[in-house]
Design a protein around this ligand. Structure first.
Ligand code: GMT
Length: 378
């Protein structure tokens, strides 16, 4: 196949979440490289590029019928995938997060029969393997959809191993790590810190996530509550979901004057740039895109050494990792960085360099392009 621009369908979860963010950023980067991008989902992805003539959005409409106790998304999604593939002549359908996207893509290809040999690439992001892959109600369907994809990728070596172990997939799984490109600042650092009430001399510790159970917000708050120099920091949480269920715990731990929460912020870059260090207590992460987001602007993180995180952060060089679930070690690591701005700066410099060399769009997007061209040729 020549190097003509490709027509690529992308399906992901549009709500706040690493897989949707990665898929949106990938679409933006591919469009900037001349490809035509068709997002297919029930809503425009959270960070879908706006006003780009090469980016299209095709909504999947889910009607509710009294007959069904649970509305079905898989079938309308597969019908829309088939329709868009046929009408726009898609070369590739790239689905992010296997459930139910990979199964819907398989159905779409079956609907098209021989009229259009649609290529399907499935990227596994995390709980599609580590949680749903273990569920007997999902595992066999996920494995079936993977065996019927033209290529399978995932975001870390950890995930590649787990997918083999939990789903018994025999096909090759290519590891293409996540990437992130920082956007230009819109507000200056001092302005953002003023808005958040960070006083001079206070370190800004930042956590961002969708607060799901595996993020272990209990351990996060326990770590922060144990920091001895109470006046030395503010803890800012950018919450992708309502923080209300955790308010009582913040109060119980006496953290009300230390914790600042912003919910469902779409422009996170300015907050990242205002931070001094990141803090993450997930019990499992296939990669942890939030850590990379901070690394890419030179902010080091403290996290548990779980899942794919050690592939992203080299402990002691580009951040600090401690064994799960040792919150005392976590607090100690945070305290050491609060007290040592020079160490923060040197870890931050190394983090930024690593992000640029290993996990930038320039390093990663060509690998997806090469994969698309390879499956189209096969
Ligand atoms: O698998 C999930 O829980 C959902 C997914 C998401 O949409 O946030 O998160 C995963 O994908 C991200 C992007 O590849 C990774 O950075 C996250 O580590 C991963 N989450 C988990 O593995 C828990």
């Amino acid at each position: 196949m020549s190097d003509r621009p490709l027509k690529i369908g992308i399906t992901c979860y549009p709500s706040v979440g690493g897989s949707g963010i990665l898929a949106s950023e990938l679409g933006e980067e591919l469009a900037a490289r001349g490809h035509e991008i068709h997002f297919i989902s029930y809503e425009p992805p959270f960070r879908m590029p706006a006003d780009n003539p090469r980016v299209f959005f095709h909504p999947v409409v889910v009607n509710s019928y009294n007959l069904f106790k649970h509305p079905d998304y898989t079938l309308p999604l597969s019908v829309k995938m088939a329709e868009v593939s046929r009408d726009y002549g898609l070369d590739v359908l790239h689905v992010h997060y296997a459930v139910p996207h990979a199964t819907a893509a398989f159905l779409a290809r079956s609907m098209l029969h021989q009229e259009h040999r649609l290529k399907i690439i499935t990227t596994l992001h995390g709980t599609d393997t580590t949680l749903l892959g273990r569920d007997p109600g999902y595992g066999p369907a996920i494995a079936h959809a993977l065996e019927n994809s033209d290529a399978i990728t995932t975001v870390s070596e950890f995930m590649r191993r787990e997918t083999g172990r939990l789903l018994g997939v025999k096909r090759p799984i290519e590891v293409i790590h996540n990437f992130f490109e920082p956007h230009p600042a819109r507000r200056d650092r001092a302005d953002v810190r003023r808005e958040l009430g960070i006083a001079d001399g206070e370190a800004m510790i930042l956590h961002l996530s969708n607060l799901r159970a595996l993020k272990r917000i209990d351990l996060l708050l326990a770590t922060v509550a144990a920091i001895r120099q109470r006046e030395s920091f503010k803890f800012v949480i950018l919450a992708g979901d309502s923080f209300a269920p955790f308010r009582a715990e913040v109060e119980r731990l006496g953290l009300t004057d230390r914790v600042v929460v912003r919910e469902r912020v779409s422009e996170i870059d300015d907050y990242l740039k205002a931070a001094d260090l990141g803090l993450f207590t997930s019990e499992v992460e296939s990669f942890c895109l939030s850590i990379l987001e901070m690394m890419s602007i030179g902010v080091p993180s403290v996290a548990f050494a779980v899942g794919g995180i050690p592939e992203v952060v080299q402990s002691g060089a580009s951040g600090l990792l401690v064994p799960f679930p040792d919150t005392a070690a976590m607090t100690h690591a945070v305290e050491s960085l609060i007290a040592d701005p020079a160490r923060r700066a040197s870890l931050g410099r190394a983090a930024r360099q690593r992000a640029r060399e290993q996990f930038s769009a320039a390093a990663i997007v060509p690998r997806y392009e090469a994969l698309y061209r390879r499956v189209c040729r096969e």
